[in-house]
Design a protein around this ligand. Structure first.
Ligand code: NAD
Length: 369
């Protein structure tokens, strides 16, 4: 592993509570924080699983508004609706419960109204830890997802309750779990990695590797779900404290423009991004390979990383996730336009291995197609 000799990072004030049943601590928490009037952003599945009713019971008349229709990739039209609802209800805090989309919605609304944000993640996407959100601009053709970054976007309170993930269906478990793994991989080779992001990323890989497949196979075991959620917390921490590269930038474009679910985009692209970057980043990725139980001794680093890439590729396949863009509904004729958009993407351009020509991205997309 190469030592980092210079670094800079920003840390944010967050309270993080982790543990089975921690959602039941809300009444106690509400006495410690000054917030009295809440809006909840969530999705239909949370309502049907009874999670919304549980919050209604805990918050009583302090829960003034509920928006339970948040769609994937946070549409600008929905943000406008929730902003109106939050203003009408005169709330003083915004809660997001669900995957990265409801949490992204809570961030967008909280940030624009200058209100604190509370995040209760129920997938492994990791948005709860970061100071950034994306909104899809639907009035553009093709639609484009635009990110906003500001320290104030970081959720002030994060509640991780593995019980909420027991019902996460196998495909979402698998795909958002690979999203978490991708945070760790890109944090390890990030241009802005620092000792904390690296430590979190390596431990994140270890826990995700231990727990993800078991969660996919039999999601109801609380110990395995706890380990996976811990892995995704560490992954989210590393995502928050180091800038991302090619993989995240490409997934962002595939989500916003081709409307591919975020976790699925991650599952298709991750092995390709690792391969593209291997010659420039293999030494940084060795601790991840080691955390996955892959021998890193003897061979050149690129060979160990190729074995890690293959292991990840097989893990993705064993969880029945799509592994080609064509299986996610992308037409081959769309690839040049997607490559063009991705070439201008800031995160793509932040890749540790420079991307100097659109043809490099087109080649990755062709390989992934
Ligand atoms: P999502 O939030 O779009 O949710 C996908 C589906 O999962 C939805 O249908 C939802 O109802 C369902 N779901 C969520 N939790 C469930 C549960 N426990 N049981 C059953 N169903 C459940 O998907 P996601 O992958 O969590 O998040 C992706 C979005 O988050 C993308 O827009 C991505 O760009 C964004 N994101 C942002 C960051 C960030 O740092 N800002 C990080 C990661 C992802």
């Amino acid at each position: 592993m190469t030592a980092t000799t210079e670094f800079r990072y920003v840390s944010y004030t967050q309270e993080v509570i982790f543990g089975a049943g921690s959602i039941s601590r809300f009444p106690e928490l509400m006495n410690r924080f000054p917030w009295k009037r809440f809006i909840l952003c969530t999705s239909r599945s949370m309502r049907s699983k009874g999670q919304v009713a549980a919050l209604e019971a805990a918050f009583g008349d302090r829960l003034l508004a509920i928006y339970d229709r948040v769609q994937p990739h946070v549409q600008d039209t929905q943000v406008a609706e929730v902003l109106d609802l939050a203003r009408e209800s005169n709330v003083d805090a915004v809660m997001g419960m669900g995957g990265g989309s409801p949490i992204g919605m809570a961030k967008a609304v909280g940030f624009q109204l200058d209100l604190p944000i509370i995040a209760i993640p129920t997938t492994y996407a990791g948005s709860e830890m970061t100071a950034v959100y994306g909104v899809t601009h639907t009035d553009e053709f093709p639609p484009r997802k635009v990110t906003v970054s500001d320290p104030k976007i970081t959720p002030r309170l994060v509640i991780y309750d593995p019980v909420l993930t027991l019902d996460l269906p196998p495909e979402l478990t698998a795909s958002t779990g690979i999203n978490a793994l991708a945070h760790c991989i890109e944090a390890l080779y990030s241009k802005t990695r620092n000792p904390l992001s690296t430590a979190a990323a390596v431990e994140g890989v270890r826990h995700i590797h231990n727990a993800l497949f078991d969660c996919f196979k039999g999601g109801k075991k609380i110990n395995t779900r706890s380990e996976m959620l811990l892995g995704s917390h560490l992954a989210g921490f590393s995502l928050a404290s180091a800038s991302m590269g090619l993989h995240h930038g490409l997934c962002h474009v595939l989500g916003g423009t081709a409307n591919i679910p975020h976790g699925i985009a991650n599952s298709i692209i991750l092995p390709h991004a690792i391969r593209f970057n291997a010659d420039a980043t293999a030494p940084q990725l060795l601790p991840a390979a080691e955390a996955m139980g892959i021998s890193i001794k003897g061979d050149p680093p690129t060979e160990a990383i190729e074995r890690m890439r293959q292991t990840i590729h097989e893990l993705i396949g064993s969880m029945n996730l799509p592994q080609r863009l064509r299986d996610a509904g992308v037409a081959q004729s769309d690839l040049p336009q997607l490559a063009q958009i991705a070439f201008q993407n800031r995160t793509v351009q932040n890749n540790p291995k420079p991307i100097t020509a659109i043809s490099q991205i087109e080649q990755i997309l062709e390989d992934a197609w």
